[in-house]
Write a protein that binds this ligand. Structure first.
Ligand SMILES: [Zn+2]
Length: 243
């Protein structure tokens, strides 16, 4: 259910694994994504189970319509209806008690919080979003609400690792030209990119020092959903909220 959890000065960070939910194959068990072909009733039940396990109100969780971009929404409450959910890849709030959620299956889920300012953010950083700067955009939005990068706590969750994310040589060259830290090689010796390393390099340059990276590679872990391994599969969620 909740694979990793961490609390720093009243800022809560959590990442799910794939177990403990009600979804059927191939979304078994805890699929939290509403746009992957799973039964909406099962997804709703899973979101309630995950929220209960975290001790938060499932009605006070803000989801995104993720599109691999770099747009950010500042929110102070849940969306009124599914139709209101904007196409963004980061959400930021200064509302304590409001949980922000990001869905992934190989992309990097990025959770950020400044516990002093009371500002939190969740971002979805795949290869395109990392290159477009969704994480720096989220930090800019946090700063506009009073956050200080020196106080921001950053946690990145389970994602495909640089030894598994094979890409064509030209794509690696393009990515590395924009973000040298993302240059990688697969365990079988072919060109690869390490999106999570790129995200952490961006955060480092922004002055975010308190960072931790999940040791889990989604493609290698049978306890996590992986798009690159299974194509039709569920989505994991990362949650951040402030007391
Ligand atoms: Zn891996």
């Amino acid at each position: 259910m909740i694979g990793q959890r961490d609390t720093v000065s009243g800022a809560h960070f959590a990442f799910t694994d794939r177990w403990g939910g009600v979804s059927a194959v191939p979304y078994e068990e805890l699929n939290l994504g509403g746009a992957v072909g799973d039964d909406p009733g099962a997804v709703g039940a899973n979101r309630e189970l995950a929220a209960k396990s975290l001790g938060i109100d499932p009605a006070r969780v803000v989801w995104m319509n993720q599109v691999h971009g770099a747009d950010v929404a500042v929110v102070d409450g849940p969306w009124g209806s599914a139709a209101e959910i904007p196409a963004v890849d980061a959400v930021v709030t200064a509302r304590r008690g409001l949980a922000l959620a990001v869905l992934t299956a190989d992309c990097v889920p990025v959770l950020l919080a400044d516990p002093v300012a009371g500002v939190a953010a969740a971002a979805h950083a795949g290869r395109p979003g990392m290159l477009k700067g969704v994480v720096p955009a989220a930090v800019r939005a946090m700063r506009s609400l009073g956050a200080d990068p020196a106080r921001i706590v950053a946690r990145t969750g389970p994602a495909v690792c640089g030894r598994c994310y094979e890409v064509p040589d030209a794509m690696r060259a393009e990515v590395a030209a924009a973000e040298p830290a993302a240059h990688a090689e697969t365990s079988w010796g072919t060109p690869a990119v390490d999106v999570c390393a790129g995200v952490h390099a961006q955060l480092e340059r922004l002055g975010v020092r308190d960072r931790q990276q999940s040791p889990v590679c989604t493609r290698e872990s049978d306890d996590h959903f992986s798009y690159r391994r299974n194509r039709t599969t569920g989505r994991l969620a990362g949650y951040v909220w402030l007391d």
